[in-house]
Design a binder for this molecule. Sequence first.
Ligand code: C2E
Ligand code: CA
Ligand code: CA
Length: 446
Amino acid sequence: ALTAYAVATVAEAQADSVRELRRQATTDSLTGLPNRRAVLERIDELIAVPGSATLVMLDIVGFQHINDSLGHIVGDQLLHTAGERLAQAAGPERLVSRISSDEFVVLGADLSETDSWEFADRMRACLTPPIALADRLLTIDADCGVAVATTDSEIRKLLANADIALMAARRSVGPTVCVFSSEIARQHTRESQARTLIHQALDHDRVRIHMQPVFHTATGALDGAEVLMRLDDAEGRCHLPAEFIDVAEASGLIVPLGRIVLRQSLEWVVAHGNLWHGRRLAVNVSVRELADPQYVSNLVSALHDLRIPTGTLVLEVTERTILDLGSRAVHTLDQLRAAGVRIALDDFGTGYSSISALRGLPIDITKIDQSFVSGLPTQADDVAIVAAVHNLARDLGLTTVAEGVETPEQSAMLAELGVTHLQGFLLGRPCPPEEFVTRHLATPTG
Ligand code: C2E
Ligand code: CA
Ligand code: CA
């Protein structure tokens, strides 16, 4: 009997230690909450039973900063408190887990699509009361991604879909709750495709330029060209900026892309200097590029090394770019102009600070946005805006280029208003540089 008893205790002890090992394997030691593995196991259980499931993923805003500035001990305590609050607010029916450094998950087998946003917002709000730590009151908040699943295949994708929603939430300003939807999924797919397109174009030398002519209104003579970026894919299809420029800006990939565009543009000028005669070549530049402290000096030495005539290169910047550059804007533009680069204010009139932006800004050219040109000659307010912008620019000693001129009527109206330069499909579409030469330079078509 004694032996039987001993065997039973040993078996129990073994079972206990197996349970303990399992518990450790599925527990986050910092918060004592279930970990990612526990979430995956619960998802597997949910797949086996009918019904819906909701997963909220929360990412504490600025946690890295708190951790870096106040130290790991404070950071750890903060995470501990966040975990406690979430567990309290979520209730015993739901699984609360810390799945990575500052990401938490709340998983439940209930909630309809309509309740899920409110539930997630409640989870977010429970984090916000001030926390007393390290002799101070800290306030935290979170971005939330939510996914609701009603079928097994959706439940399998719960974590991935909540993660996609969380990425969308992170992109908006301020702490946000974002519920996964087919629209968010499409947006995510578009962005990943754009990222792939950009990376492959950079890796395989498939960044190219197209050129669109700009003409003098009065004489019809060629004044110069605007350079527009194109990316080729593996099948040789040409992709327009609308597909990739936002992702390029947001990711910073616009910097290597812009460098290639600028280099190709300057090399083109060098190769065609005899036909170009110092006409203007305009290149679009983004805030990410201009914000680089090396940008101006690199450009200046490139212009010098390649002996590009002064006044040839125009950089097109948007009002948004100038706003984002903030206090550095005027200094940067001044330096560029000192190096013989002209500055064009692109998409003029579409920003917020149009008129005041013009005053005191070191610019040479305003480009009247296509959205105003397209209303000519019938839309009275567009006529008034174009006339006002042109008069203002002229009084400030600036040149104006009207963009997106598509019809002879628009062209005639712009001429009547005195706008000095025209650009648009009516006069010439963007095309590869070789085609640009044959169309606009080889034969003097005017
Ligand atoms: P943007 O600077 O305003 O460039 C003018 C855009 O209007 C070009 O589109 C051009 O093809 C198009 N366009 C010209 N004439 C007409 C017309 O008559 N009708 C219509 N409907 N469209 C016309 P694209 O090439 O697709 O470029 C779009 C935008 O992408 C550009 O707008 C610019 O903001 C950006 N972008 C293009 N290349 C670069 C680049 O190298 N660097 C940076 N940072 N941005 C670029
Ligand atoms: Ca432009
Ligand atoms: Ca423009």
